[in-house]
Design a protein around this ligand. Structure first.
Ligand code: GPW
Length: 820
């Protein structure tokens, strides 16, 4: 299909320019013959030509920020998941048709050359992708925004499936270099670790502190550019890379210890070597804390350097800047800024603290107790001795205040303390982030309510005005315009092109749901997308799937709370039903899974193994394989997601109510016309409100019912005894049915499901889930009904644009204004 939309009307005069520039770069920047460029050369040449155009805009936008004395937003995140750049940047800059013209000359399609690009996997899942969606919206809204993170040499591991099991392979995404990333080897910042704190008295007799000695690692910037959508605006994400302080320690070099001194250098570079692969469960490793401090310290240096250029008094720092902390991972920024103000700028405690508390804002993304970050005091004291002192002092003053205001609650101070006393004293990073920020937000209405009622209940009373909700959003550029070309084409035909930056316009297709021709076109678009996915499955998994079957997709990180298990249990029961009733007519279904498990999360890895074993069995059974297929797509990432999302009929969002802070996958699928089967959790609730309760399949216990059941005592054996169909499925898992000769392969899973301690209460929702699926299969068969619902899903999803979310942050928290 041709590329649609306005940019095809771009002036012809420029058509040759991009291609000419690409050829120029192939010769002069890459040093390769440009006579008959292959697809690699075409790709790299185009990248450089596109980059030139971005850089020009970026430079003028930066100048403008200074000229207009704009307030700046710093978005600090340990993760970003931008996905592939070329198509996105061409689209944003309006250069797609020029690129096509160039590529056609050499008989390549954009799809073909996109294969050359490596996707940066600098994040685990939702949290990192959210950061990238927000960067896109900030650029599209023209905000003076700066993303900050780490340039990991190795991103999230590549997942292979061998004999049904996940195997982790290194993701060496920079092996061919990456021209989207511009290194800035001049002006590195020294970052200190360990060392000691010296006290001294200044002329007034004030006690001062000076952090000295220890190890120094250098932070080098690598800049990644983010163009706004067709608005001439370009922002940047600055990713810090660790570099050795000195190339060689000369003394040991002279002493003959050549290898020793090189090893020293390698140790320093370790800091930005690899992304930690745990999602929703932090790892308490020293290297991880080093990563956090390394990137935060370099970022605060940048902020202070730019502020000093303005020659303004320090109390204006929060008037000219705001720092959004994406989770607690960067929250060490709070004591770091305190250290700079106190020890380097010699500002008094009260003024320094006033500045900090007006600068920082914190977003919480989880209520899972094991995901709330803590660091051992002992480790902090060694690695960051001055910061630990400052944290103690913040805590002392804070608790003094709490005692004063809540005299009759003697237990309150220990509950809200930044330091928890247990067998091991730890710093609670969320408490630090709350006390040091002027705004604390959750990421969906339900999530924020849970923060208020339970997780941070004590803090609501202490800081009632700080808490607020910002329901997540996704960028319509990548998650509709780019990934679903055929549907975008259809939408633009009826709505014009403005929906790309004004997603509420989708409301206007509501009435078209009654238009038979429109419904027909809609169905054709969906079928095109499903066929494309079917081809991919054929190629990757060697399995033929029926594009007319229900494509039922659960793609997300593997975690017990997300309950991929509930999905598999139900698939097995469908399989049993089919085997026992070979004569029944069943709606053909294709169940598709994608997602990675943290390498040390054994239960999650067993669940992947179970899915693959069940898939092998079902897909090879001649009695059922025409109606039931199970596919596991390896190495789920942004690119795969872009293929999956537009081809999905049923989106599985089935976390135990109360556990998924928001979810954003749920938004991507529904925006593209999938119907959601989901629990009343996270943003699912709000999606239901927007698309209409008739157009979503919500089932199972709500959050309050989960709590009640837990309090009453959850008894999965009772469910096992009373539900024969479920019992049969569980007994199969607990036998060698799917792993011939090995009856205990899944006994861990079986035991967890039948333990009264199953926090995620998988079996409690089983019956409701199975019944809902039955309803779905029935309604999918009624094509008119289904397509209507599909249209109404897309129509109702405007609210979930990240443009809306970023606007809310901008108005309610940041106080920054578009610079356009
Ligand atoms: F645990 N999320 C994530 F809160 O992807 F830090 N990784 C994480 O480490 C955490 C949260 C953390 C996700 C949430 O699970 C998801 O519900 C939410 O939609 C997403 O963050 C973006 O807010």
């Amino acid at each position: 299909m041709n590329e649609p939309l306005a940019e095809s009307e771009a002036p012809q005069a420029r058509n040759s320019a991009l291609g000419e520039d690409a050829l120029w770069h192939i010769l002069y920047s890459l040093g390769r013959d440009n006579a008959h460029p292959d697809k690699h050369k075409c790709y790299w040449g185009l990248v450089l030509a596109v980059r030139d155009r971005m850089l020009e805009k970026w430079a003028s936008v930066q100048r403008q920020y200074y000229e207009n004395d704009d307030k700046r937003l710093y978005y600090l995140s340990l993760e970003f998941l931008p996905g592939k750049f070329l198509r996105e940047n061409l689209l944003s800059l309006g250069l797609e048709s020029e690129a096509h013209t160039f590529l056609r000359k050499y008989s390549f399609s954009l799809d073909q050359i996109m294969d050359v690009e490596c996707e940066p996997g600098l994040g685990n899942g939702g949290l990192g992708r959210l950061a990238s969606c927000y960067m896109d919206s900030m650029a599209t809204l023209g905000l003076p925004a700066f993303g900050y993170g780490i340039r990991y040499s190795y991103g999230l591991f590549r997942q292979e499936i061998r004999n049904g099991r996940q195997v982790e392979m290194p993701d060496n995404w920079l092996h061919e270099g990456n021209h989207w990333l511009i290194p800035r080897p001049h002006g590195l910042y020294p970052i200190r670790f360990y060392g000691t704190v010296h006290e001294w008295q200044d002329d007034d007799g004030t006690l001062r502190h000076d952090w000295r000695g220890g190890d120094i690692v250098m932070a080098m910037a690598n800049d990644m550019y983010v163009p706004g959508y067709r608005n001439g605006h370009v922002n940047c994400i600055r990713l810090w890379e660790a570099r050795p302080h000195k190339e060689f320690v000369l003394s040991s070099f002279n002493a003959g210890d050549y290898i020793g001194s090189v090893q020293e250098k390698i140790k320093d570079e370790n800091i930005s070597m690899v992304l930690y692969p745990s999602d929703d469960a932090p790892e308490g490793k020293t290297l991880r804390l080093k990563q956090q401090y390394f990137f935060v310290a370099a970022t605060m240096r940048d902020l202070v350097r730019r502020f000093k250029k303005l020659n303004k008094p320090w109390d204006q720092l929060p008037e000219k800047n705001v720092v959004q902390l994406n989770e607690t991972h960067p929250s060490i920024a709070i004591p770091e800024l305190m250290r700079i103000l106190l020890d380097e700028e010699l500002i008094c405690w009260e003024d320094s603290w006033f500045i900090c508390q007006k600068l920082f804002a914190y977003t919480n993304h989880t209520i899972l107790p094991e995901a709330l970050e803590t660091w051992p005091v002992e480790l902090m004291e060694r690695l960051l001795p001055r910061h630990m002192q400052i944290i103690y002092e913040i805590n002392r003053r804070f608790l003094e205040d709490v005692r004063l205001h809540f005299r009759d609650e003697p237990d309150l101070p220990s509950r809200v303390s930044l330091i928890s006393d247990g067998p091991e004293k730890v710093v609670r990073m969320s408490h630090l982030a709350i006390v040091g920020s002027f705004s604390i937000n959750g990421v969906s209405a339900l999530h924020t309510q849970i923060l208020r009622d339970r997780v941070f209940h004590d803090f609501i009373r202490i800081f009632p005005d700080r808490f607020n909700n910002k329901t997540n959003g996704i960028t319509p550029r990548r998650w509709l315009r780019q990934c679903n070309v055929s549907l975008s084409w259809l939408l633009s035909e009826h709505l014009g092109c403005d929906w790309v930056t004004d997603l509420d316009q989708l409301e206007r297709i509501r009435e078209l749901a009654d238009d038979e021709e429109f419904r027909h076109d809609w169905e054709q678009c969906r079928l095109t997308n499903k066929k494309r996915l079917a081809d991919h499955i054929e190629k990757r998994n060697g399995i033929t799937v029926n594009p007319h079957s229900i494509f039922d997709v659960q793609a997300k990180r593997f975690h017990e709370y997300k309950r991929q298990l509930l999905n598999v249990l139900h698939i097995i029961s469908l399989y049993n039903h089919l085997r026992k009733n070979p004569e029944v007519m069943m709606q053909p279904r294709t169940f598709i899974f994608g997602g990675k498990a943290a390498p040390s999360y054994w239960m999650a890895k067993d669940i992947i193994y179970l899915i693959n074993c069940v898939a092998r069995r079902i897909n090879s059974d001649p009695h059922t394989r025409n109606v039931l297929k199970v596919i596991f797509l390896a190495n789920y990432n942004i690119s795969l997601s872009q293929l999956l999302v537009p081809a999905t009929d049923v989106s599985e969002q089935i976390s135990t109510a109360g556990y998924e802070a928001s979810g954003t996958g749920n938004m991507k699928f529904a925006l593209n016309g999938a119907l959601t089967i989901g629990t009343r959790d996270g943003a699912n609730i709000e999606i239901g409100e927007r698309v209409g309760q008739d157009n979503i399949y919500l089932f199972g216990l709500c959050e309050q019912e989960v709590l009640d059941m837990r309090n009453r005592g959850y008894d999965p054996w009772e469910l096992y005894k009373n539900d024969g169909e479920l019992r049969e499925v569980l007994d199969m898992i607990n036998s060698d049915e799917f792993t011939p000769g090995n009856p205990t392969a899944f006994s861990g899973i079986f035991n967890s499901l039948l333990s009264g301690g199953d926090r995620f209460m998988v079996l409690a929702d089983y019956r409701a889930y199975a019944e809902t699926h039955q309803r779905i299969a029935h309604e999918f068969g009624d094509r008119e009904l289904w397509i209507r619902k599909s249209i109404l899903n897309t129509a109702g999803m405007g609210f979930f644009s990240s443009d809306r979310a970023v606007r809310e942050y901008m108005d309610d928290i940041w106080g920054v204004k578009p610079d356009v």
